[in-house]
Design a protein around this ligand. Structure first.
Ligand SMILES: Cc1ncc(COP(=O)(O)O)c(C=O)c1O
Length: 387
């Protein structure tokens, strides 16, 4: 472990924190380090490993594809890609008719921005305070947070930030130059902020009335995370972005659009060597198969249980518990957040941060009550130790 940690730190560009943990394999909801120590995973690699680790169905689908053909440029037809895009479009709702596949969430956002400009001819975007859309230059322009952006100013085009969950601010900010409003149904990285129940419906109404596009970023909230296939179910955006766990752990981004937008996109204007590679597409087919009604019902049920248990914790350190589905934030004193993360790791429970003072739970969808009980027991122990 020491050598691996040393080498990684020495030879990788260290833009990440060092959790000082060498994880070498996974099975179900558990990860194992190089000493054989077992960890309960409540973060699913920032929302990617939605069916846990070593899922046999996903593994078989990926392995079979690997043995056939793993990469095939999108100018050629791939039967796997054809089935994946058809399946994905059929799950996303009527308004979404075509998908552009890429390799990460940030790339899905980059694509969305370019498509919005192509459709509208405009370059003003309204975004939300605390919003997160990735860190490539275009996505970063839409992301909130001076610490990420300051060294790279000036960033792209005209991005104007308004408070999340505020319809009046959106209405006020839209003008004749506005191309689109970009929003997460629940803010993830920013700190698990859940808006009012009808916020997205109202957003849609305002965008439609004022004639701007609505870009819904479901890279974190999508694919069952909130107990629905899409957190925005019932509200069709003009552009929808997915990523994270869509391809069974293989890198992927998806920008899903209406026919109206598709008609504004000329050939050659956007492409990616790896985008829509058959390996990722096999992962998409497998993931969509596993993400059935029963799984969504399980997510809602286990979420209800976990939220209930978390809300029963009595501790001066815990300020609030918020979230939806298996996207849960435990708000704590800012100074103690990272101490709690570290101590939970020492107690074999892996969670991740969000915002300034939030402990974020993004567990795999196979989490059971027993797993949740174990995590809560460990959390109570850690909180008692620092209360
Ligand atoms: C809502 C949202 N959008 C975009 C991204 C960027 O995705 P990626 O890290 O794959 O580029 C993330 C990543 O956490 C995200 O949560």
């Amino acid at each position: 472990m020491k050598i691996a940690n040393y080498l990684q730190q020495k030879y990788s560009v260290n833009t990440y924190v060092d959790r000082n943990l060498n994880l070498i394999k996974g099975k179900g909801v558990y990860l194992y380090d190089d000493n054989g120590k077992k960890y309960l995973d409540l973060m699913s690699n920032y929302g990617v490993s939605i069916f846990g680790y070593n899922n046999q169905k996903i593994n078989s689908a990926l392995t079979a594809q690997l043995h056939k053909i793993s990469t095939l440029h999108a100018s050629f037809t791939s039967d796997t890609r054809a089935r994946a895009v058809e399946k994905l479009i059929k799950r996303c709702g009527e308004k979404y008719e075509q998908v552009y596949l890429s390799n990460s969430g940030a790339e899905a956002i980059e694509t969305a921005l370019k498509f919005a400009v192509l459709k509208t001819g405009k370059k003003k975007f309204i975004v939300c305070e605390n919003g997160y859309h990735g860190k490539t230059l275009g996505a970063l322009s839409a992301t909130s947070g001076e610490k990420y952006k300051q060294p790279f100013m000036p960033l792209l085009w005209n991005f104007v930030s308004i408070p999340f969950n505020n319809i009046d601010a959106l209405r006020r900010e839209i003008d004749k130059d506005t191309a689109a409003f970009i929003v997460e149904p629940i803010q993830g990285e920013g700190g698990i902020y859940v808006p009012d129940e009808y916020y997205l419906y109202k957003v849609k109404e305002v965008c439609q009335t004022k004639g701007i596009l609505l870009i819904i970023d479901e890279i974190q909230t999508g694919l069952g995370r909130t107990g629905k296939f899409l957190a925005s179910e019932g509200v069709a955006g003009d552009i929808l972005c997915l990523g994270k766990g869509l391809a069974g752990g293989i890198p992927v981004g998806a920008t899903i659009i209406s026919e109206e937008i598709a008609s504004a996109i000329p050939k050659h204007i956007h492409s990616s060597t790896f985008g829509g590679n058959p390996l990722a597409c096999a992962g998409i087919i497998s993931t969509l198969r596993l993400l059935d009604k029963a799984r969504l019902v399980h997510i809602s049920a286990i979420s209800k249980y976990m939220l209930q248990q978390l809300r029963m914790i009595e501790s001066k350190v815990v300020l609030e518990v918020r979230g939806k589905g298996l996207m849960i934030g435990l708000v704590v004193n800012k100074d103690q957040r990272n101490i709690i993360l570290k101590k939970l790791q020492e107690e074999n429970v892996l969670v991740i941060p969000a915002g300034e003072n939030v402990i974020r739970f993004l567990p795999p969808y196979i989490l059971t009550k027993k797993d949740s009980d174990f995590a809560i027991k460990k959390l109570i122990k850690v909180l008692k130790g620092i209360d």
